[in-house]
Write a protein of this length. Sequence first.
Length: 318
Amino acid sequence: MTLLGQLRQSYSELQDLFAYIRNKNDIQAYQDFLADDRIRDAFYKKLSLFSRYFFHALRSDAVYNAMDEGEIRQYKRALRNYQKLRRDVKIIYNDGIDFKEYEPQMRKLMDTYVTAEKVEAVTKPVDIMDKLGVEEEINSLYSPKSKAEAIISKLNKSLSEHYDRNPVLVERFRKRINRILEDYRNRRINEVELLEQTRKASDDYRGGETLATYPKQIQNKPRVQAVYDLLQKHLSGKDESGETQAFAELAGKVIEGAGKHIKVGYQDNPDVKKSIEQEIYTTWFEYCNHRGIDVDLNKLDKLMPILIKTIRSQDWGL
């Protein structure tokens, strides 16, 4: 196939990807359509292919002269719009902005003949903890909904990355996000309120909000709180009010005991893992004996891997 044939085919395939979108001026519809990872990946690949063929066509006098002005304008307009769409969805879905496929001469040609703005350099996704960076990144997005989706993507990414540090806390934030999205889907809140509530959730996350009330002795102790949350979730019985203080004390002892064995390289040290397990079993036996209750090893055995993973995921300041 000739270069011009490849260019025309790549353009058609890119257009066909969005064939089901009726209103071609509805930017939000395009962004929503690309929420699916597989479709978004296909879009990136098809756009990259189209960009390369058009770049080579612009460099070839023979191919360039074989196209009329209308076709050239059509390709320029498509490339401009799809590049903007790619930039936006990479922000919204936290994919990062990566123009490595453009070699320097291609980038210069695109800047000169196609794009209204200079093609951006490689940019890593901004972390949710960088509030100013996040606001700057989403500022160019089309709508409050798009901005809210971008914040949620970053927040979900961070929650997934730090899940083991406190699984119960992560679940609380995920439920909060789901409630916000459900309220929006059911039209209990509008786009502006969606963005406001999303920003508030991300501010709370950055600020260390726990979305829970802890006993006084473990407030401002995130490591102890993480263990306490797991004990409450997996071991609570009917007497939850009586267990609150006891679990707080037990969680404190578990972290104190585990801390004795933490050293450089502890995450991958099997001896450290065994020592922490021993500390947990010993502390649990003492807790049960003190309260005069039966030792339920089945419950503790199921919880142990989660506890170990959570303890080893803490920031121990090494």
